[in-house]
Every structure is written in C-alpha cells, then in structure tokens.
Design a protein. Structure first.
Length: 540
C-alpha cells in the first residue's frame, strides 16, 4: 500500500557521486531525488546527515553544550531582567551624544562609560558574594563596607535617583502627549494630567516589579527607538542625494556633557542586589553582568551610529523629536510617529511608579520609621556565604528581602504613607512643570549628579574598601582612575547642566541645531537651495 506521507529530499552526497553510474536518460547526481516513505524517513535522514557532516553535527553539539554551560536558562532569565531594567529613556539621547562630541570623542566616551559601569555593576555582585547573608540591599552593602557613611551615601543618592528620574518621565510625557494630541492642551496641563492619573498606582502599598512589567517597558523603548530610527533614515535618504552630514562644533563642554546621559542610561547598580538574591547560584551573577552589559553597550552603539549617520550634528538631543516635526526637512508618516510616541509613553507609564516606590519606602523609613529590618550579624559562622558549598549544592538557599507590608498593617500608618506619597508626587509634578523646556539638560543633570554617584562611584569605592588587600595593581589602578575621572565629570557636568536648569541663559530662537556651527545651526543640510552657492564656492 502506498504511504500517505511521501517526502522529497534533495541531497548532495559524496558517496552518491562516486557510486551512481552515468546514465544519459537519468538526471545527474546533483539533481537526484529520492522519494522517502514514512517508515524509512528517519533512518534515511540520519544516514544523509552522517554522510554530509558528522564533524558539523559534533561541532554544533559542542557549541550548544558550551553555551548552556556558560549561561544557563536561569542565567539568561536574569540577563533578560537586567537588560529590561537598563534599556530605557537613556537611549533617546544616544545619537545626540555623537552629535555633540563627534564620532571619535563620543566613541571614546561610550567605551569608557561602558567599561566603568560594567565594572561598577560587577563590583556590587562581588561584594555581595562575600558579605553576610543579611546584606540584602545596596544600602546594606554600604553600611557593611563603610559603616554609617556608606549607608547614608547610598540612601541619599538612591533617593535622588528614584525621585528625579520620574521628573524626567513627566517632562518627556508632557512633550509626547502634546505631539500625540495637537491643538488640545499645552505641556503643563499634560504633566499635571499624568501626575493625577499615575497617583492611584503610587498609592498601592507595595508594588513589585514583575518580569512582565519590566519586559513591557523594555519592549516599549525598543519599538519606539526602532520606529523612530526607521522613519529618520528612510525620510532623510529620500532628500539626502549623496550629501555629507555636517560635523559638530566641538567644545570641552559638549564632549564632557555626554557623561550625564551615558551615566543615566547605564544606571544598573540599584537592581543588582535584588537580582542576585533571586538567583539560585549567586556566584554566576558576575558573568551574567559582563555579558549583559556588553550586549547593552552594543545596542547603545547601534542606536547612536544609526541616528547620527543620517543627519550628523543636526539630530536633536531626543531621538523622538527628530521625526516629530519638519525641522529636518521632511514630514514623517503620522502613523509611524504615533506608534513611536505611544510605545515610549507605555514605557514611562510603567516605569514611573516602579522607580518611585524605592523613594517612597526610603522617605517613609526616614520620616515615620517604617520598613526597618535588623542588620546585626548574630551567628558569625552562619553569616557568610560558603562559595564552595554554593557551587556544590544544586539548589542553594535564596534569601528574600524584608516584608515591606508589615508597617502598613498597623492602624493609621497607611494614611500617613499615602499623604507623604501624594506630597512627593506633587513636588515632582511641580518641578517637571518648571523644567519642561529643558529635557536634555535635566537628563544630563540627573545622570551626572545622582545616577553616577549611586551606580558608578560608590560601588567601586565599596569594592576597593572590601578587597583592597587582594586586588591586583592593574585593577586597583583602573578602579582609582575610574573613580577620580567619574567624580570630576560628575561635578563638572552637574554644575554646567545645573546652570541651564536653575539660571538658564536666553537662547537665540533662530538657532535650531545648537550642536552645529555656522549656517548649519539654522538650516537643515539637505536644503540644497540654501547651501548651493556655498557648496559651489567652498566645496561643501
């Protein structure tokens, strides 16, 4: 009986070439077709694969085994969580960094910040591996390594990070909603609207950042960046006509200011303790950090080069604004703009409350005494992780953080916490209204002042304090240089961007592209009519 499952397999076999006789009435060995029936399909397929490339199969098996040994399934889950926590609004300023500093200096800055931030994040994980088991947060790491000063340094910088980044979200959200719904309300009204709408979420007693929420926020940023870059590149290429993009007007201020945006974009130190507590084998976290941060750096580089290669120094500090208007000489698809803006709005809506909650807990602890947990090591023998034992055990103990809901169960405490949270959100909304026209300066100020301190400088200092006697001289030199350079840039960029926020200078309304020089500040470079006589005279 004929099988109902015939399979046609095209194959190339050296043994077939040698064994088949030549026949003019029969197709050549290269075009031979074998009809395989169901009972012998598997056997024939295995035979063909064995003839085609046993070494290839062996190499693929070895590569897969090596990859699974290098990063397990749980490692990849942690890497994905870390990626979702890091990849956010910092990407919007990546092309602008190259527009301000040029290809050479911006690339140097990106490599330096990638190395320092990866190292600082790695330092947090290494310190946690040797710290007592009840070291659960970044503040605990600071207190364990440097006493009360370490804890207060972390608490203050983390409090600033968790309140200032939501201010950036409100400013960005006001601009996005103004573009999404033109001829409705101004940015001030939309900022107030966002604060009111997000307030009920902020009043939830506790809000844990689940994997779904983090993934949704990250996907929102990825889609927004991809759509914006697609619209930018395709529309500019239509009118470019082989023109060279203008170069930036390089200044020391312009080059150093990229430190703020990169510091904000890389800020991953806050989430490392929580991720490491969730991993069944914490000793694998340093490897996860190195792989994930390297991949994130490559993503940042791709976004930067793609954006700046299209329009050079004329790209704005916010990637989304490059496709929203007509300053760059094109009118992008309204549907594409709406999609990009909506997905970024999705990201900031999800991230707003998640980032605010640590600030709520810190404020409630400082003002009302909530959420206090013991930090005393009672049993010295059981206080430290046994690294060898962790490697031998298949399911080591996972230490959970303190219960944040206990304080709200006491009558009257939640009412106090709710009033405090309302005040914090109101203050953030007021500051966002005041700085709504300074998104780029605010982004750089937050990154240079608070994020750099919390996620770059302090982790390396804690690591040096903990392992000073055992660190090699080259690593120690790199750590000290990283800290000193980061401190200098953090102070300088905070001062320069702080002046723009608190005492802004009057801007020339005719300057549309401030990163460029000469006539390129006022006219898009693709306007051949405007630049035609200059190109004829000067050759550009």
């Amino acid at each position: 009986m004929e099988s109902k499952w015939p399979f046609t397999v095209w194959f190339w076999s050296l043994s077939d070439r040698q064994s088949r006789p030549e026949d003019d009435n029969e197709p050549s060995w290269r075009n031979s077709v074998i009809q395989l029936r169901k009972p012998v399909v598997l056997a024939q397929a295995i035979f063909i694969l064995s003839k085609l490339g046993p070494k290839l199969i062996l190499n693929l098996t070895f590569a897969f085994t090596f990859a699974m040994a290098f990063l397990t399934v749980e490692d990849m889950k942690m890497a994905f969580s870390l990626f979702c926590c890091v990849y956010g609004i910092g990407t919007l300023g990546m092309p602008g960094n190259y527009a301000r500093a040029g290809y050479a200096w911006a690339s140097v800055a990106l490599v330096f910040m990638a190395a320092v931030n990866t190292y600082a994040t790695w330092c947090i994980s290494k310190v946690m591996l040797v710290a007592p088991k009840n070291v659960l947060t970044l503040g605990d790491i600071g207190e364990w390594s440097m006493g009360g000063f370490g804890r207060w340094a972390v608490v203050i910088s983390q409090m600033l990070v968790c309140t200032m980044i939501p201010i950036v979200f409100l400013v960005l959200g006001g601009s996005l909603l103004t573009t999404l719904f033109p001829d409705t309300y101004n940015a001030t009204t939309w900022i107030v609207f966002m604060g009111v709408v997000l307030l009920p979420v902020c009043l939830i007693p506790t809000l844990k950042e689940g994997a779904g929420a983090a993934a949704a926020g990250c996907i929102g940023t990825l889609v927004a960046d991809a759509v914006a870059l697609y619209l930018l590149v395709t529309n500019v290429n239509k009118s470019n006509d082989g023109l060279s993009t203008p170069s930036p007007d390089l200044t020391f201020k312009g080059v150093t200011t990229v430190f703020g945006n990169l510091a904000l974009a890389y800020g991953a130190g806050i989430v490392i303790p929580a991720l490491q507590r969730e991993h069944s084998d914490p000793t694998r976290m340093p490897r996860i950090i190195l792989v994930t941060m390297t991949f994130i750096s490559l993503c940042f580089l791709a976004v930067s080069i793609t954006g700046v290669s299209a329009v050079g120094c004329q790209i704005p500090g916010n990637l989304l604004f490059a496709v929203a208007g007509t300053k760059l000489g094109f009118n992008a698809s309204r549907g594409g703009v709406v999609i990009a803006f909506l997905f970024m709005q999705l990201h900031i809506t999800i991230a707003f409350a998640v980032i605010m909650f640590p600030a709520f807990f810190i404020a409630e602890r400082l003002i009302f005494g909530f959420h206090k947990h013991s930090f005393e090591v009672l049993d010295e023998a059981a206080a430290y992780h046994d690294v060898e034992a962790i490697q031998e055990e298949k399911k080591p103990e996972v230490h959970e953080g303190p219960d944040m809901t206990a304080s709200y169960n006491i009558p009257g405490n939640y009412r106090k916490a709710a009033l405090l949270r309302i005040v914090i959100v109101a203050i953030c909304t007021g500051i966002a209204i005041a700085w709504q026209d300074h998104f780029g300066d605010l982004l750089d100020f937050v990154g240079a002042s608070s994020t750099a301190t919390c996620c770059m400088i302090l982790p390396i200092v804690f690591y040096l304090k903990t392992f000073h006697a055992t660190i090699s001289l080259p690593e120690k030199l790199f750590a000290y240089v990283s800290v000193l350079v980061s401190i200098f840039l953090a102070i300088y960029v905070s001062i320069t961007t702080g002046k723009a926020l608190f005492a802004p200078d009057d801007k020339d309304p005719s300057i549309i592209f401030p990163f460029c020089s000469g006539d390129y500040q006022k006219m898009v470079y693709t306007n051949t009519t405007y630049f035609n006589h200059k190109r004829a005279l000067y050759g550009y």
